[in-house]
Design a protein around this ligand. Sequence first.
Ligand SMILES: CC(C)CCC[C@@H](C)[C@H]1CC[C@H]2[C@@H]3CC=C4C[C@@H](O)CC[C@]4(C)[C@H]3CC[C@]12C
Length: 391
Amino acid sequence: MRQSSDNTSMGEAPAAHKDTLRSFITTLASFSGDLSALTCPSFLLSSVSLLEYSQYWGDHPKLFASISSGTTPEDRLLSCTRWFISTLYSSYSSRSTASGMEKKPYNPILGEQYFAQWTGDQETGDLFLKAEQVSHHPPIMAFHLENKTAGVILEGQCGQKSHFAMPAGINVSQTGHAIVTLPKFNETYLITLPTLHIRGIITGRPTLELAGSSYIISSVGHITTIEYSSKGFFSGERNHFEAILRPIEENEDPFYKAQGVWSKVSTLSTCNRNGNRAIGNEIGKSIKKDNKSNHLSTGQPFFDAQTDKAIPPELKPLDQMGPLESLKLWAPVTQAILNNDYNAASKEKSQIEEAQRALAKARKEKGQTQADDLKLFKFILFVCIEPMIVT
Ligand SMILES: CC(C)CCC[C@@H](C)[C@H]1CC[C@H]2[C@@H]3CC=C4C[C@@H](O)CC[C@]4(C)[C@H]3CC[C@]12C
């Protein structure tokens, strides 16, 4: 299914798209690395702002709130890992599941904002999201999610660096990271972001694959190592991951291991921290035989993206939004795209972009940079936190 949809779809790109697609692929080959600067054929244009993608961090509000309900640091890392895995489906699979392909979102303007909220019950509490485009060159967005009742805060920033991959793909590495803070326990969890491969451009149906690894590092000294694979490294299944939760020190045994398909079902095994040496009986030996990782219990459900569906956030009505809020700001462009009037869309878009260039020019003349404050933020992240990441 995975392979055949890739192979057969050459014929699926509508005839009218083929010429634009061909010239798009030519531009891709000389592409600079800044995705926001990429000019796409109109059928690859999406009608949402990239800043709106920050809502995916909050779309499993119960799992987000549950991070602070674990009684031990190990269990809190487990809840944090489960919640993180739950965000992957919407972030990287939902759009192509819904419309068959990935499209290019609007490139947010500096200072663009996005606010959203998930109203919970008394027990879960409400979750609030604030996101802002804090840099335009390079594009960086910052986000803040908070559930006061549960005592869980997520803060972070992210950007993308990309390069052309033969024969006609794009590899996107994500810069930045996210940090979960649990004030009650005085703990933080630093999260790094996976690398993406954009495939299927030749066929006119770009889709995403996750690659490489990402980490969740707790201030207590534990780490989750998540490895992503597609096309059969672990199992032959698309969107596969393997997450190992263990103390950061080398040679320490893991306490949990989760694996499966992040866009579908995954399972959890609890490991015997002292290894099977502690069991020393027939059961221990037989477990050891089929499984190198000293599992005691295997196959408990971990996360199921098909049944545990993403919850869309609540947004203010358009007429109550400020002029810099994504939906309001881009409304004329969105309207034109929805009307299939791509001329009007690009006219509206250039108006917004012209205004941005004028502002940038004015800033330059006054000797201001686009975000002086961002320097401090970056200093904290890259100088103080980045070195803590062990790979
Ligand atoms: C039509 C195609 C070739 C154009 C390129 C589209 C690019 C700009 C799109 C496709 C998929 C997108 C990514 C999908 C998901 C996320 C996770 C989110 O938390 C941050 C943004 C990020 C990382 C997006 C960045 C922009 C992205 C890479």
